[in-house]
Write a protein that binds this ligand. Sequence first.
Ligand code: HEC
Ligand SMILES: [Cu+2]
Length: 408
Amino acid sequence: MNTTQDRHRGTRRHVGRTGALAAALGMALLSGCQQVRQSISIGDMSSAYNREIWWMSLWAIALSIIIFVGVSYALFYTVSKFRDDRHGAEPAQFHGNNRLEVALVVVPVIIVFGLSVLAVKSLAVVNNVNAEAPKIDVLGRQFWWNFGYPAATAAAGGVVTNGNEMIMPAAQPVAVTVTSGDVIHGFWAPNVGGQRAAMPAVKKTWMIDSDRPGAYQGNCSQLCGASHANMRYKVVVLEQARYTATLNAMQAYRAPEPAPGSAEARGYALFMQGKPSTGAVACASCHRVQGTTAAGAAGPDLSFFGTRRTLGAGIWEAMTEAHWTDEKAAAELHAWLKHSPVVKPGSLMPRYDGGEYLVQGKSVKGGTLTDTEIDDIAAYLRSLQLPAEADYWKGTPVMGAPTAGGTP
Ligand code: HEC
Ligand SMILES: [Cu+2]
């Protein structure tokens, strides 16, 4: 794979032993995983949201510079004019200067008012939800995301949702409504627009957008627990026609029925029923797979898992054409299914290696599945693919990284 990059390149620039040590430690920590170095930027001008905030900031900064220069001038002027060595005599004593006092109140009021007009105007622009705009419902949970498309009803029933990977059209603002299923999280994909807190029982709607198709990085921006830093997602911006086609394919999608006797069929049975004899909980109780009876909501929607290129909310990324069939990616998927709380601190998915893990501070013992059974389940998950023409990763440039999601 050509995507191995360490994301801590900055540490290597430090000279001296501490820098070298930090770099070595960073490399050691990172050697187990493979991440694409993807940059995020609040200055991405392909988003109208960012352009609005950019111009507002420029005005605010320009105003601040004028104030700074004015105040500095007044200060230096007074200090120099009334220096003691030039004025041996006692200064004139007077009391009260109404004009000065009024000016000192009025001028700051005007400045603050001007700045607030700028901010309120920008807020009005970015929060102005257009009723016609495509809608996306974002749900943050410890430590993953679900993205729902309320206008897209699936032929198999329910609304189209996808875990940890969000698609949206290019050059068309999208109304995102964000909330949380547990603690406070933060939705933040700076290249497509500003961040908002995802709070339980509160829904916030605003508009995000991007003119440029590509895969952008999103992060949780609110400290929310052990895997806060592992609560990432991708925003895949698609050209209009492709977006519509992909969403249509998602609506029409039904999970493929595995051929009798195949690994996928064995995996499907385990997915649906678990293995009660060893205490292995059914995956279907927590995950949804469109077109099957699996309708769990405690974990991310896995309907299109085979098409996805991230695992465990970005703890692993398989951003090449081979995705889950790639040897390393397959090993990661196996490890995840076996014991995700070992791979990802605080993961609320059970262990399937019989080990203990913590749920709300209480130690819980996982059931057991054999390595072969886990591989069967992985084969089933890999088969959950959208039709090739609806593969939203294919040909999609990964922003800030020297890679694209395979040939178009
Ligand atoms: C008790 C509920 C629960 C059960 C049972 C469960 N999971 Fe999960 N699963 C979760 C949660 C929660 C996450 C998200 C963990 C995270 O990223 O922090 C998850 C994440 C995943 C992911 C990664 C999804 C992504 O978006 O990258 C896969 C794949 C997965 N589970 C498969 C399975 C399979 C297969 C089984 C059965 C062997 C299973 N899960 C059983 C709760 C569960
Ligand atoms: Cu979070």
